[in-house]
Design a protein around this ligand. Sequence first.
Ligand code: ATP
Length: 365
Amino acid sequence: MSEIRVENLQKSFGSFNAVQNSNFVVEDGEFLALLGPSGCGKTTTLRMIAGLELPTSGQILLDGNDVTMRRARDRDIAFVFQLFALYPHMNVRKNMAYPLVNQGMPRGEITTRVEETAKLLQITHLLDRSVSGLAGGDRQRVALGRAIVRRPKCFLMDEPLGTLDTEFRDLMVRELRELHNRIGATTVYVTHDQLEAMSMADKIAIMSNGVIEQYGTPEEVYNRPATMFVADFVGSPPMNFIRFEGGLKKGDTSIAIDGQPVFVPEVREDIAPTRLVLGVRPEHIRFDDRSGLRGQVFETAYLGTSQIVAIDIGGTMIKARTSSARQLSSGDNVGLNFDGPKLSLFEEASGRAVRSVLYDGGLNG
Ligand code: ATP
């Protein structure tokens, strides 16, 4: 059992708040991705969990024990850095054995552990090779092997795939997840890449300016974004935002955008006239010649089986994803429908989802 619990964690550097009041739990065997843009506080959070940085306030609990003030080496946590420094003068076997030699483990046991780990990572054939001649992906596997060989309670990974080229990255994303399924160690994984986070993690904590904007499963953060920041950061192309004035009334089934009706599930509560933002993902926009909501095709981007179509609706540019079989050209006048239950609604000033509205079956519910 190895649960990581972060409570009201805060870190300031002078007057600058790098991490503000973070709260999350990584359950035993769970894979959590800390996702966000550069400088949002991901690494600082990870370093505090590892014991490499002391929090300004708050607590870190491992299996219910307060380790906030405990040194890194007393936490039974393995940290995998982006540029993991392997010892170039040692071969793969010796690099992997190094942490165990340091622990004073008997030789026979070290050999068994290293060989088991190499098998798990499918690098047995590399064991006697020098690390300096290895390709990026293999080096990363050796680095992972060196972390796994200790069988720590938890893994902390800071952009471990950051230096790999795309082809290797995709492969390593799959391998890392498979590895996680096999060894089941509690993992916190820092990345700025939403695809990595979405495809690997059980839960995602999305950070912006030191604050966790949302914590949830990949499906939750994608389908029910808590803020406009999350809706924009997750998804490619991101969620479209369409601003409108005048609030909503209980019973409304449409919203006027540029004087044209957009049908929405029945609104259950009045919302004061404030500036609202309708959020719609590109794949939830359908082309329908009979629809009263009209727009003009601005441009199309061919992506093989699908295409991304930029459409101007009265000065608001939105992007729709549709089959590339649909013939569309710049300047075409098109009718559009939005998939009502998949819509989001935000308050522009705070950027937060308006959950109290409770669209029937809608995502902000
Ligand atoms: P990146 O992916 O670029 O590393 P990040 O989300 O991991 O981004 P952090 O490295 O946690 O971000 O940094 C958060 C903020 O804290 C940044 O503005 C950074 O400049 C600042 N910061 C981090 N460490 C220190 C430090 N030791 N002293 C002062 N400021 C720091």
